[in-house]
Design a protein around this ligand. Sequence first.
Ligand SMILES: O=C(O)/C=C(\CC(=O)C(=O)O)C(=O)O
Length: 297
Amino acid sequence: MSTDEKGRIRSWMLTPSKPAFVPPRGAIDAHCHVFGPMAEFPFSPKAKYLPQDAGPEMLFALRDQLGFSRNIIVQASCHGTDNAATLNGIAKSNGKARGVAVVDPDIADVDLDALHEGGIRGIRFNFLKRLVDNAPKDKFLEVSHRIGRLGWHVVVYFEADILEEMRPFLAALPVPVVIDHMGRPDVAQGPVGADMTAFRALLDSRPDIWVKTTCPDRLSPQGEPYDDFVAAVRPLVEDYQDRVLWGTDWPHPNMEQRIPDDGGLVDVIPRIAPTPDLQCKLLIDNPMRLYWPEEVL
Ligand SMILES: O=C(O)/C=C(\CC(=O)C(=O)O)C(=O)O
């Protein structure tokens, strides 16, 4: 773990390895964040963690090193509902990044339009109590009804222990839904354990729930090379191949005690998506449909 003299935490590797797996040309890292830089884009007063700067230049250097072409920058909780840092990342990407915002549910339509102009294509609802103070489902539903006209989706982050209580809310969402990190199942239970079975039932409940098959580093009790994660997640990728996404989760917020090697994370891809066809769906076709639909004919 690395904390600087101001108490700001670094949760990412300074020199990650080059992966052995070469992603197909056009691959999209569909879940990553930027932090700051703080001098330009201060963190929220409500932030639950205070990271060191991890700005767009660092993100794009990692993208190139890992062999990816595009990024989806997801607003992290440390920036609250001020999406300026995420928009800055998108603006600096030369069209190679789009994003997911976190908004005050009372946001004006004209401000949603401005976010769309800035490359935002969805909004995120975070239900993790350690990250946010409240998650008002009624307000979230209201704002969800105002984003359909933009062609947006919602990204929902919750943990497996609240999946049952999330079901009515998820069923009521009027736009496509993307679930972060598979709703954080206990992968040690295996592919037919209680958590994965419940999560599959959720996927079966509507055809427009997508899933990020991300974060072996967060979800695997075993750690590298993440055999438990691979065993639990590979069948999910195979069975729901048209609605799975993948991302690095760089700069790995709150992972300062177990900082993952980004190259090692990329090398999990061919183990959960073992054929070139599955890899293209996971890394290109599926995220393109959600984030650059105008390029998909
Ligand atoms: O990066 C992630 O997706 C997961 C996070 C951080 C997060 O979501 C946030 O800060 O908004 C976590 O579990 O701490």
